[in-house]
Design a protein around this ligand. Structure first.
Ligand SMILES: *[C@@H]1O[C@H](CO)[C@@H](O)[C@H](O)[C@H]1NC(C)=O
Ligand SMILES: *[C@@H]1O[C@H](CO)[C@@H](O)[C@H](O)[C@H]1NC(C)=O
Ligand SMILES: *[C@@H]1O[C@H](CO)[C@@H](O)[C@H](O)[C@H]1NC(C)=O
Ligand SMILES: *[C@@H]1O[C@H](CO)[C@@H](O)[C@H](O)[C@H]1NC(C)=O
Ligand SMILES: *[C@@H]1O[C@H](CO)[C@@H](O)[C@H](O)[C@H]1NC(C)=O
Length: 327
């Protein structure tokens, strides 16, 4: 507004301002062009880790790289939060480990990625809001959901500053429905101490919904400060909500469709060591693809094939179903 007022006093400035406004409008909501993206650089946690795979099979980035096809540069690490300064855990994090590793590769010349042909994805938050962090009050003093989400959005700014231009931000799934955080949960490999599962599910619903809304508002406000970037929000929450409501449209295994249990569900005793093996029920073969969840915390491989398909369609602009491009 100030710039416009100043421009009004100076006709030449006005022309510049109008040209800038028009080109900004033209660049709006476009996202990358079909065929533009050749490289996929992934950041995140076990939902995206291609080595320590969370879904018991092949991780979504590997499927997406095949579907694209894209050259895959995977940096996500199991157990990650956005930053261990905010939510301390004995796992690598996006800011302390994943980004430094990426920048080290760029600095020594082993990673040479043309910005226009490269898209960066981030799927983070599950461990930031979960048991052992925000949900149970184990964050650094004073840290809230505002800080962990700001950190995730800051991933866009940090990569942009280094020249990156295409971003797809994957928000949190409805975690209140994974077996670990559902109201009818049971002691499992992720948590065996006594807890009120109803309270956990209610608090998780609040954390995920507020976190996703904060992320959306923050991402929406980025384009004006990050010119020539394409910033998209992939609505994982909406996609997984649809899988919960219409599993038959996504799951294709030979067992009855199952959105509450898991391919590998292991029941523990209260207070039992989480390194025990528990009392497990495991689906195998073609029955696995009937499940939405792999275990008490992770999406199944079939759910991840869907994620891979939808992310690929978003990047190639074949679908705008789950994705909003803010620039
Ligand atoms: C470049 O840095 C990356 C990340 O630290 C490392 O894995 C790789 O071996 C290095 N390559 C060279 C050629 O130094
Ligand atoms: C668990 O929390 C819910 C919601 O606050 C409450 O209604 C319920 O009584 C609690 N259950 C127990 C066993 O404390
Ligand atoms: C879903 O899977 C769980 C095992 O995790 C099982 O106990 C439950 O009966 C299954 N539900 C349906 C509807 O098949
Ligand atoms: C589990 O541990 C808690 C805290 O040490 C204790 O209060 C509770 O009685 C234990 N539960 C069982 C079933 O041993
Ligand atoms: C389910 O569909 C996927 C493709 O999304 C396919 O790869 C998989 O083999 C199918 N599963 C079964 C059990 O047919």
């Amino acid at each position: 507004m100030l710039r416009l007022l100043r421009a009004l006093q100076y006709p030449k400035g006005l022309i510049v301002a109008v040209v800038a406004a028009v080109s900004a409008l033209a660049a709006q909501h476009v996202g990358p062009q079909p065929g533009q993206i050749k490289n996929l650089v992934t950041f995140g946690d076990s939902y995206t880790d291609v080595v320590s795979v969370g879904d018991g099979g092949v991780a979504w980035p590997v499927y997406a790289a095949g579907y694209g096809p894209f050259h895959l540069f995977p940096f996500a690490r199991s157990g990650a939060t956005c930053s261990n300064n905010l939510t301390p855990r004995n796992f690598p994090s996006v800011f302390e480990n994943e980004l430094p590793l990426y920048f080290a590769g760029v600095a020594n010349g082993s990673l040479k990625l043309t910005p226009e042909e490269t898209i960066y994805t981030l799927w983070i938050g599950t461990n930031d809001v979960g048991a052992g962090t925000l949900l149970t009050g184990n964050q650094s003093p004073g840290v809230t959901i505002v800080d962990t989400v700001s950190c995730a959005v800051n991933w866009v700014k940090t990569l942009y500053a280094s020249g990156a231009r295409n971003f797809l931000f994957q928000n949190m799934i409805p975690l209140q429905h994974v077996p670990l955080y559902s109201a009818d949960s049971y002691p499992n490999r992720f948590w065996t101490a006594k807890r009120n599962t109803t309270e956990w599910s209610i608090f998780m619903t609040e954390l995920v919904n507020s976190g996703n809304e904060i992320a959306k508002l923050m991402l929406q406000s980025l384009p004006s400060t990050l010119p020539k970037a394409h910033i998209g929000l992939f609505d994982s929450y909406a996609l997984f909500s649809d899988m919960l409501v219409r599993p038959q449209a996504y799951l294709n295994g030979t067992a009855p469709l199952n959105i509450t249990g898991a391919v590998r569900s292991c029941i523990f005793q209260e207070n039992e060591s989480t390194s025990d093996s528990g009392d497990c029920t495991t689906a195998t073969g073609s029955a696995k693809d009937s499940f939405l969840w792999f275990d008490e915390l992770h999406p199944s491989e079939q759910a991840d094939r869907v994620v891979a398909r939808e992310v690929t369609n978003a990047i190639q602009r074949k679908s705008s179903r789950w994705t909003t491009w803010f620039s």
